[in-house]
Write a protein that binds this ligand. Structure first.
Ligand code: UDP
Ligand code: MG
Length: 143
């Protein structure tokens, strides 16, 4: 497996419930290095831009209102196979379908309020990292 970077977001429902620490602990125990992280409060327009791929979906308006409803924590994570490893650790989009022990199975409240975001592939990961972090912030060679 190649060394990769991916973007994670601890979403507002999880930040609000004080789950930033527990989720960061799970990420570190799973062998991810935190390259950088920050707490952000996205505007509705920024949430619409981040989730632009879902613009035509019926859940787009509700999703972007929720994501812009309060603070999130964005992280750049690095390890071998980071993109797929994070998706595995997160579990399925719908917490009710997520494998036991995954972050979404443990802490997701609904298919929308599902605690965490992770980039879905090698094309999107660097774009999503650059959405949140400047060149200076994302130290090192990888996206
Ligand atoms: N989402 C939703 N309803 C759905 C599908 C997705 O509210 O039927 C939300 C959910 O918060 C999800 C996000 O939209 O995490 C992005 O959807 P995607 O299909 O990309 O899921 P993910 O990659 O986050 O598993
Ligand atoms: Mg996705």
């Amino acid at each position: 497996m190649a060394l990769e970077r991916t973007l994670a977001i601890i979403k507002p429902d999880a930040v609000e419930r004080g789950l930033t620490g527990p989720i960061v602990q799970i990420l570190e125990e799973a062998g991810f290095t935190i390259v950088t992280l920050k707490k952000v409060c996205l505007t509705k327009a920024q949430a619409q831009s981040f989730y632009d791929v879902h613009r035509e979906r019926p859940f787009f308006d509700s999703l972007t209102s929720y994501i812009s409803s309060g603070p999130s924590v964005a992280l750049v994570l690095e390890r071998d196979g980071a993109i797929e490893e994070l998706r595995q650790l997160m579990g399925a989009t719908d917490p009710a379908q997520a494998a036991p022990g995954t972050i979404r199975a443990r802490w997701g409240e609904s298919i929308e309020r599902n605690a965490i975001h992770g980039s879905d592939g090698p094309e999107t990961a660097p774009v999503e990292v650059a959405f949140f972090f400047s060149d200076l912030e994302r130290m090192g060679r990888l996206g």
